[in-house]
Write a protein that binds this ligand. Structure first.
Ligand code: ZN
Length: 95
């Protein structure tokens, strides 16, 4: 399964940043691992039945040092619209 991660921080220059660069790296690492695990669990055997292609994911994360919030977005790339609908449904399912 193809998963690409693109994590960025905002407000790096703040002198009283809540997390140090090292801690931030750790948090990003942890976040990547848990997202990957979740996706692998949900999409283990999922392929487009028409084209036999697995979905591709791109995960973007923006951590804001000021608000201490991590904004994560999932971008999904599929071979066709029909499969995209199916992938989104699985993605949005809880658990
Ligand atoms: Zn397809």
């Amino acid at each position: 399964m193809e998963i690409e991660f693109d994590f960025l921080t905002e407000g790096d220059e703040l002198p009283d940043a809540f997390l140090s660069a090292y801690e931030l790296d750790m948090m990003f690492d942890h976040t990547r691992q848990s997202i990957r695990k979740g996706l692998e669990r949900k999409f283990d055997a999922i392929m487009c039945t028409d084209h036999c292609v697995a979905p591709k994911f791109k995960i973007t994360g923006l951590y804001n040092n000021e608000t201490e919030q991590m904004d994560i977005q999932y971008h999904v790339d599929t071979c066709c619209k029909l499969f995209l609908v199916r992938v989104m449904a699985i993605l949005n399912k809880k658990g």
